[in-house]
Design a protein around this ligand. Sequence first.
Ligand code: MN
Ligand code: MN
Length: 301
Amino acid sequence: MGSHGNQKDHAAELSALASLKRIADATFNYEDARYVIFGVPFDYTSSYRRGSSKGPTEVRLAYDNLESFDLDYGVDFSELPICDIGDISVNEDAAETVDLVEEVIKIIRNDEKIPIMIGGEHSITGGSIRNFRESSMIIIDAHSDFRDSYMGNRNNHACVTHRSLEVLGEGRIFSFGTRSTSKEEFEDPDYGKVTFIRSEYVKNNGIEKSFSEIAPKLKESIYFSIDMDGIDPSQAPGVGTPEPYGLRDSDVRYLIRKLARKIKGFDILEFTPDFDNGNTAMLAAKLIQDFIGSRETKNYF
Ligand code: MN
Ligand code: MN
């Protein structure tokens, strides 16, 4: 920062610096990138602990502490075609934000690139999925998010699986880690149109078996959505609505590795830094590396 200008100049300089925070390994410009990262600092429908709007920045800060080189994947992330376009501007209107996310991802998809969206709360996936009508969807989540409407809002984050079902239809959505469903959701006649793989089931049967049972039902193209509360609170405490008895981080990594080359869109949401001890931020950053690494590696998992 220069030592000359006045405070007004510094304010402009600081705000430019803040908005310029990018994933450290995102060294490519948009035209040359294969992976396009962006943040959506939106958390206005969150019902319990707000603050996932701070998620994108904190994930990027945590990412600064990861090595660019990765032994498992045998790649140097700083050499891979990754671009980070920063955060998109959002207001408090959920429907408008969901529509905006749809538009942003439409542009990235039309340019034949892979979007990686950092939330923000889960509601925004409802806009994203409209660009993946031919795909299967894998969700990591403690909650079924199957309310038709919540607090008078159909774009509430508690409704995103229901919204996604309306786009994709029966038999296309597989949600891993479920352990919280209201009676209202459970009794919804459409509840059975989504495959909910309970956290308890994964614990008892292992992630390999749990995955192999649904693998034949998946389309060639997959959208992968991670609500961080799907992972156990001991490993991912920084979330808005924590639920005990969750998936292991390695369960999620297993699914990413198995599916990576089919995944055409990826998001990571509901990380809420105010309640974190640092581990959730690092895990979210690492999961982004896991996704790109397992797509780009020559190793077999
Ligand atoms: Mn969710
Ligand atoms: Mn959740």
